[in-house]
Ligand binder design. Structure first.
Ligand code: OAD
Length: 240
């Protein structure tokens, strides 16, 4: 911890990548944890275009259940720590801060983070399959499933599904942040899903120190400059 505090105090350009683990203590189940299954489906079987084309009602039921679960929880101390890092740096006009998340739950925004690169989209945004119109959508139920756009097209969650490309601009901005930072935190991700999983390595290769916060070892742990076997909230509390 002392080493991490020193690294943080000396960092000019800071970037953070978060995954499902940062929301775990808020009560959002992780993907690869014991609660990752829903009606015996793996996320990979539901969060994909094939599933939506075959059974859009099933896919929407899954998302509506997840939306209800997320609505019922609150951001935790780790989300708040990151929003404070951003605000402190902005106020002090000291250095850069970039928050990159794989999470679609919107909890970073609710904790007050402003500039968030949402690599995998956001569950509170919908997109029309026909006209591509995006809309903020807090609904927890719809008169019919799948919901319809005003153009008549089917509406889907604005989430990057398995087999789909990430938004190239969001990915480029994340890459630039990883390459340009001097300190990179990776918090609560299994570091298995690419291209997000490349970002800590990009940062390392560009010469940054990389700190991993995860209660379990990951495929990245051995490479990390510092790997803390801690839960995200425990880390936030230790940071004070
Ligand atoms: P995973 O479920 O793969 O990994 C969650 C990680 O969080 C694991 O390494 C856990 O050890 C760790 N973890 C658990 N509790 C924690 C805690 N309290 N504090 C810190 N870490 C904790 O989730 P992701 O890595 O986010 O994609 O998965 C990446 C992507 O896989 C997701 O964004 C999702 C999924 O496919 C999409 O939805 C597109």
């Amino acid at each position: 911890m002392e080493r991490v505090k020193r690294l943080l105090a000396g960092a000019r350009r800071l970037a953070v990548l978060t995954g499902a683990g940062i929301s775990a203590e808020s009560g959002v189940p992780t993907f690869r944890g014991p609660q990752g299954l829903w009606r015996n489906y793996r996320p990979e079987e539901i969060a994909c275009m094939e599933a939506f084309l075959r059974d859009p009602v099933l896919v929407w039921e899954w998302y509506l259940e997840r939306k209800k679960g997320i609505r019922a929880v609150e951001p935790n101390k780790a989300h708040h720590l990151l929003s404070r890092w951003e605000a402190d740096r902005r106020e002090a006009e000291r250095g850069d801060f970039t928050l990159i998340t794989q999470n679609v739950d919107g909890l970073h925004g609710r904790a007050g983070s402003k500039n968030i690169l949402e690599l995998h989209g956001n569950i509170w945004v919908t997109r029309c399959l026909a006209c591509e119109r995006q809309a903020r959508d807090e609904s927890l139920s719809y008169p019919e499933l799948p919901p319809r756009c005003s153009c008549g097209g089917q509406v889907r969650p604005h989430i990057v599904w398995f087999g789909e490309m990430l938004d190239p601009e969001v990915l480029q901005a994340s890459w630039d942040a990883a390459e340009g930072c001097d300190l990179f935190f990776v918090i609560g991700t299994s570091a298995l899903v690419y291209p997000a999983a490349s970002l800590p390595r990009v940062a390392l290769e560009a010469g940054a120190a990389v700190v991993e916060i995860n209660p379990e070892p990951t495929a990245f742990s051995d490479a990390a400059t510092v790997s803390l076997r801690m839960k995200a909230v425990e880390f936030a509390e230790a940071m004070g």
